[in-house]
Design a protein around this ligand. Sequence first.
Ligand code: PEP
Length: 243
Amino acid sequence: MKQWIYIANWKMNVTPKMAIGWYANIDDIQNTIKDYQAYCIICPSFVCIPLLSHHISPDTICLGGQDCSIYASGAYTGEVDAYSLQQVGCHYCIVGHYERRSLFGETDADVTQKIQNLYAANIIPIVCIGTVQKELATIYTLLSHQLHFLSLVPAGASLYIAYEPVYAIGTNNIPLTPELKEIFDWLRRYVAHQAPTIQVYFIYGGSVHPNTIGELKSIPGIDGFLIGSASNSWVSLKKIIIG
Ligand code: PEP
């Protein structure tokens, strides 16, 4: 059985009270993850992370941040640094999500700095890339710009790359299977050429739901999924894992 990776991006949709509600399902969560050999990473809001890390062991579910500061420490009101994430139990952290890029002005240079801070804190980055454009040649040009950071990833490190076409985020509109197959083929070849010593996992994100997961799991080249809205409740995340 293939070990799929499921990354739940809870965004600002799951409050601490709602996160506590997840404990009620802990037996079912543990059994499902074991039965389906799933590898699950939950990325809650910063304030939920210590709460979850006290109750859920990394053997069952690993925790990740949704972002981190470009700064390592200091007088930066409101920021959360990579070392702090590591201290509260994060093994992973999303960076470069389209919402950070489009709503908060995050640049490729910021993403690169965050990736370096995460490796320094012993956290594996989950780097989101993706474009508004739909034409393949344009997609490849833009993705290769977003992947400039590859040359700075330490040799032998692990890295997650989440390809998220912008039009698929939160829309229920996934790309056609042949197109995704082609893009993941290109990504694998490009990354192997640019960074042959890195252990990379290739993730798809954008409208992953119980009704789209079957088709998505048939696409070679995809190791796992970054899931937004459908990851907020255990009921729908479970349907995705068993789907
Ligand atoms: C996302 O925002 O990363 C995402 C994949 O969202 P959704 O699953 O809701 O499309």
